[in-house]
Design a protein around this ligand. Structure first.
Ligand SMILES: [Zn+2]
Length: 268
């Protein structure tokens, strides 16, 4: 992933997707927005204690920088579920200016609709971007530990297979900035939530002295591989959100009181 300076803001982009001119994608950062204090500066989340009008100004600024009208964006109301929603043209604009019209109880969006920018919001949780060039289908996923344990990434790949005819071996996947193993200490309750992962569980949890550390991006990579995505078609951002506070919001870094950055994708 590389950082790109736009007119007002800075975004991250994956080289993996650059040769596909039928899509655009972005990872927003904290840089260039109007929010202050704990939310400085490009906070894009209404579900925070930041001023809603300022969040709207930030969203409009990012949309302008990207050259995508804000009423083409579609936001879900995320609940750490494994629910996948199929977005159509009729959903355009939902959640873009308020929380009430967002797609309810959903943590993954899939679409083959053009000019419909699907996004998820994060601040330590794992964002995943998928593109299936064979059927021109895109997906964005929000995977915290609960969504990862209940395999939301697998549910999304299956949804793309069943409803759109995508072949997993043809899917390209990018795992965005999230809290990484260096900083993600968890409790035994989280370890227990992964009991049904059987042998795979040993690959994602590590003991460091007396601390239990979870490698959440690696867990999502495992899910993609288990669904048949090719390892050479998967890239992972090297950035840990807690270790990179100048670019990313991190719930752990800010002890919960923080903003949200977004990860989005759109078919032209
Ligand atoms: Zn870290």
């Amino acid at each position: 992933m590389k950082f790109v300076q736009l007119k007002n803001t800075v975004i991250g982009r994956f080289e993996l997707f650059e040769s596909f001119h039928e899509i655009t994608h972005f990872i927003s950062t904290r840089v260039g927005g109007f929010s202050s204090g704990d939310f400085a500066s490009l906070n894009l989340g209404y579900g925070t204690e930041d001023d809603a009008e300022t969040v709207t100004r930030n969203r409009l600024l990012l949309a302008e920088d990207l050259g995508i009208p804000l009423d083409w964006f579609v936001f879900p109301r995320q609940t750490h579920s494994n629910h996948v929603y199929r977005v159509t043209n009729a959903d355009r604009g939902r959640g873009s200016l308020d929380r009430e019209t967002a797609i309810p109880d959903t943590d993954a969006l899939v679409t083959n609709a053009r000019h419909t920018c699907i996004v998820v919001q994060v601040a330590d949780c794992v964002p995943v971007l998928l593109f299936a060039p064979d059927q021109r289908v895109i997906a964005v996923i929000h995977a915290g530990w609960r969504g990862t344990a209940s395999r939301i990434v697998s549910e999304t790949v299956r949804n793309m297979q069943v409803n759109y005819g995508c072949k997993p071996a043809e899917i390209f996947a990018a795992i965005g900035p999230s809290i990484q193993q260096c900083c993600y200490q968890v409790g035994d309750d989280v370890y227990e939530a992964f009991a049904h992962w059987n042998g795979d569980r040993q690959q994602i949890f590590h003991r460091h002295h007396s601390m239990l550390m979870l490698d959440l991006p690696m867990a999502n990579r495992l899910l993609l591989l288990n669904e048949g995505v090719n390892p050479e078609n998967i890239v992972m951002a090297p950035h840990c959100t807690k270790c990179t506070p100048e670019y990313f919001y991190s719930s752990r870094f800010s002890h919960g009181n923080t903003g949200r950055f977004v990860v989005g994708m759109m078919l032209w």
